[in-house]
Design a protein around this ligand. Structure first.
Ligand code: ADP
Ligand code: MG
Ligand code: MG
Length: 891
């Protein structure tokens, strides 16, 4: 018989797969002697058995639950359904990966018309007993019987108004009694059944409901976002209740052992006096900051602080802890690794190393490279005068501008039309998750820093402001008021999640900088990584940015962007339209100094680091006007000014455009094929490079140029182009007397080049894999057409695991890269190899590049820090797997 149910003292923190995160940690905390209310966990295997049996608890599982229950009864001295001394429990979901608020929990289970009386007598507190009962009916009906919480809220509101109370704590026992009667009516009407008074029925129904909630809509959406597999299932925890709603000496709260927003090593949390767990997270009442607990209950506070320290040391990471105080006694109800922003992740990892709790390598593995994107975004320029409209709690940092919307559905709909939206809600519930995803940022008028909106936003790295009570939100009218100011749906606001400020209109933003901790973490990464990280930069500003972000050089400098400049395009067009070689030479001689200037700027910015310059790549018609537009202009001129010079010019242009028109430009006359037919263009570019180096040498700046020939498919192409570059170098050397030290290499971006890389290596000093074009040519996809027309569908239907333009297709394109490296190195063992293109900034592709022994990756300047970290992680993970397999070999 397999075991499906585990008492809290049978498990431990290692058994996450089996007990879920919550269950494993409850067991672990029990094991190390913390005050955890006793209970048991029904395993994830039971959940899968439940689904296998067609959504039914098997008798075997039921039997084990009953046995565990009697053990719980024995330990607590109470009995489920016993009117004289009732056991009350919570039924809590808990998956392997934490999914805050995505699944269901029922509190106060075991209450009925008899046990409520018993509880009232036992505690001598009827008000508390009836309050707990009505909470149970409400939660149970919502979670199990699927009666909308709205009906209960509505009745509560009515009674409150009738009696003239401002808040729930004013309600008397008698009032709650009346409400309970009303609640039961609501259940009868909307659930089409009576409220179950039998505690065993209550328990089994709740357990099934929690298993069912594994597949509710919001849990499915959350799993998809976080890439959590659907087959894992959730565990269920049955735990004896402790009560935070027993009066002013009781309460409940949530705290993080460090600030999850900034990472500061300071307890950070909130609590409510005389309340039950759900009240804090639900964001219905705005709670008090944890420090005030030090005044209200000094002893409990100290005990809690000690527990937090202990848990953090035990788990070696920042914890997110739920607690309840029942009549002055502290209980711990949950601990888990806290979700945090990128900024906090970095600071916490670095400080844990400094506190000697973890090693540098552990710290490097703690930060998700993808998450760093958040920090490399722009933020509000502090130097700009601005008057905030309102200020709320700074729940998740980052700045965002967008139009205001008032529902998650509107947010999703408008974001689909490429609108940037800011979602404004009184509070968010887990049902709003799709809106939070779609919005740039979320604002709530109620709820604290641990409310759902805040937790979810931080997890996703989105800006969020909570508890901004100055906002008077009118959901129906789709507007909010702050004093006299009215903000309507569609109005633009800017928010700063780090200060909590909401500002009308759009505010200028500034470029990001790396914090001290971030810099430090990256220097650790640099010590660990084997891969070089370069940047793709086409101009001095981007080069500077890349340099500041720690790039070890430029892996791709595209020269065509330099031609697109408004002042240059006429000269470029003259060159293309030239009728004689003399005319062409003339245009080229005008372009040369411009190109030289570009290169000088880039070389200077990189200050002696290698710079890979790629010669002209796109087809020439990209520099000419659009054919259709030109045709319209010519037709117009023929009618209005048939004898004009302008018409003649345009007709000439049109002839040339038609001449250069291609059936399939991606596979057409471009790359080195241009250099073959128009050698003078490549010669000009090469000369510009050498002149620029000569100027730099005079200034005392070292340059390490790597000249790269694009789109080579046959070694003979490279051979010719190489001779061309050498000829240019000889000319400049002769003229300036400067000696040049440089490399000539090629991009490998068509399959034939990869397959004949040994031949190509004879002529190349380096290879740079252009994985964007290589993906296009390997799959035979044109990227724009694929992404625009069918790729999404392929990914949704799992025909392809991922977009191969975003994450390198290791089985196909990757195999070509690997083959290219191997073949090339059979001829030149030390051949320098790298990749350029977006894949160079994506963590899985970086891992692959490390594994196949490339020398470097090159990516956009903004992704350089991310790539440095990902390269270090690849190296650490590789060393780990190697030492594991070495151990296995020894055995
Ligand atoms: P979630 O995963 O949504 O946080 P939980 O299972 O942690 O759901 O429970 C929701 C709330 O109820 C939490 O605040 C928790 O502390 C509280 N709670 C759960 N079980 C008990 C219990 N046995 N006694 C008192 N409060 C509880
Ligand atoms: Mg919880
Ligand atoms: Mg290319």
């Amino acid at each position: 018989m397999s075991k499906f149910v585990y008492m809290f003292d049978e498990g431990n923190g290692q058994k996450r797969e089996l007990l879920g995160g919550k269950g494993a940690n409850l067991a672990e905390m029990t094991r190390i002697g913390l005050p955890v209310p006793y209970g048991f966990t029904i395993s994830t295997e039971a959940c899968n058995a439940y689904y296998d049996a067609g959504k039914a608890l098997t008798s075997e599982v039921e039997l084990q639950i009953l046995k565990a229950l009697s053990q719980l009864e024995e330990k607590t001295g109470k009995k489920l359904g016993d009117a004289s001394n009732p056991l009350l429990v919570s039924v809590r979901s808990g998956a392997v990966h934490s999914m805050p608020g995505m699944m269901d929990t029922v509190l106060n289970l075991g209450m009925n018309d008899q046990t409520v009386e018993g509880l009232a007598k036992l505690t001598n507190n009827p008000r508390f007993a009836y309050d707990s009962y009505r909470r149970f009916i409400q939660m149970f009906s919502d979670v199990v019987l699927k009666v909308d919480a709205f009906y209960f809220e509505q009745l509560l509101e009515e009674v409150r108004e009738e009696k003239g109370y401002a808040s729930d704590p004013e309600m008397l026992a008698e009032d709650w009694k009346d409400i309970i009667e009303g609640y039961k009516e609501i259940v009868k009407k909307h659930a089409k059944r009576g409220f179950p008074e039998d505690p065993y029925e209550q328990m089994f129904l709740s357990i099934s409901a929690v298993f069912d909630s594994w597949n509710n809509q919001r849990a499915i959406v959350y799993r998809r976002l976080q890439k959590i597999p659907g087959h894992l299932g959730t565990a269920v925890n049955i735990q004896s209740m402790v009560f935070g709603n027993m009066g002013s000496d009781s309460g409940t709260g949530v705290a993080f052992t460090r600030n999850p927003s900034t990472g500061e090593a300071k307890l950070y949390g909130e609590y409510l006096i005389n309340a039950q767990g759900e009240d804090v997270v639900a964001g219905i009442r705005t709670p008090q900051p944890i420090v005030t607990l030090a005044n209200e209950m000094p002893e409990v506070y100290q005990q809690f602080v000690d527990t937090c320290n202990l848990l953090e040391k035990h788990y070696k990471d920042m914890q997110d802890i739920e607690f309840t105080v029942e009549r002055g006694e502290l209980f711990i109800l949950q601990t888990r690794t806290g979700k945090r922003t990128a900024q906090a992740a970095i600071r916490i990892a670095v400080e844990l190393v400094q506190e000697k709790i973890i090693s540098k390598n552990e710290a490097l593995l703690r930060v998700d490279p993808e998450q760093l994107n958040q920090l490399l975004h722009r933020r509000i320029d502090d130097s700009v005068e601005k008057t905030p409209l309102a200020k709320g709690l700074p729940a998740s940092p980052g700045a965002a501008t967008g139009i205001v919307v008032f529902s998650a559905d509107d947010a999703e709909r408008l974001a689909k039309d490429e609108e940037r939206v800011i979602l404004v809600r009184p509070e968010t519930t887990p049902d709003d998750i799709h809106g939070i995803v779609a919005a740039q940022a979320t604002i709530t008028s109620r709820g604290g820093m641990t409310s759902h909106a805040a937790v979810v936003a931080r997890g996703m790295g989105k800006a969020c402001i909570c508890g901004c009570e100055a906002l008077n939100i009118d959901l129906k009218g789709k507007q909010f008021k702050v004093g006299e100011v009215i903000v309507r749906e569609g109005d633009v606001v800017t928010i700063d999640g780090s200060t909590g400020e909401i500002i009308l209109g759009e505010i200028p933003m500034i470029e990001p900088e790396l914090s001290d901790e971030f810099q430090l973490l990256l220097t650790w990464a640099d010590e660990e990584r084997k891969l070089g990280v370069r940047a793709n930069a086409d101009n001095p500003e981007d080069a500077k940015k890349a340099f500041n972000f720690g790039a070890g050089g430029i892996g791709l400098c595209r020269t065509e962007h330099m031609f697109m400049d408004a002042n240059r395009i006429p000269v470029v067009q003259d060159m293309i339209l030239a009728e004689s070689s003399r005319e062409r030479e003339e245009a080229l001689s005008k372009l040369l100094p411009m190109q030289q200037e570009d290169f000088e700027g880039i070389f200077e910015a990189m200050d002696g680091l290698p710079v890979t310059v790629r010669l002209l790549d796109p087809p020439l018609h990209e520099f000419l006007p659009d054919k259709e537009e030109l045709l319209i202009e010519v037709t117009k001129l023929q009618l209005t000014a048939p004898d004009s010079e302008e018409l003649k010019e345009k007709e000439l242009l049109l002839r040339k455009v038609r001449h250069l028109d291609e059936f399939n430009p991606m596979l057409g006359h471009r790359g080195c094929r241009l250099g073959m037919t128009h050698p003078e263009i490549y010669v000009m570019q090469a000369k510009a490079i050498f002149y620029a180096i000569a100027t730099m040498k005079q200034k005392g700046i070292d340059v390490k140029p790597e000249i790269m020939i694009p789109l080579v498919g046959h070694v003979n192409e490279l051979k010719e182009m190489r001779e061309l570059v050498i000829k240019a170098e000889q000319l400049v050397k002769h003229e300036t007397g400067v000696e040049f030290d440089y490399l000539i290499g090629t991009m490998i971006e068509v399959p034939r080049a990869a397959l004949t890389a040994d031949q190509i290596a004879e002529e190349a000093d380096f290879f740079s894999f252009g994985t964007n074009d290589l993906t296009q040519t390997t799959f035979g996809y044109s990227r724009d057409d694929a992404e625009g027309k069918f790729l999404q569908m392929y990914i949704e239907n799992k025909l392809l695991p991922e977009n191969p333009f975003a994450s390198l297709d290791q089985e196909g394109v990757g195999r070509l890269v690997e083959t290219g490296v191997k073949l090339g190195r059979t001829i030149k063992p030390g051949l320098k190899t790298g990749i350029c293109g977006e894949h160079g900034g994506e963590k899985q592709s970086i891992q692959f590049c490390h594994e196949i022994g490339l020398d470097y990756v090159s990516c956009s300047p903004y992704r350089v820090p991310l790539a440095r970290l990902a390269a270090a992680q690849a190296s650490i993970k590789n060393d780990l797997t190697q030492s594991v397999s070495a151990l296995q070999v020894q055995k």
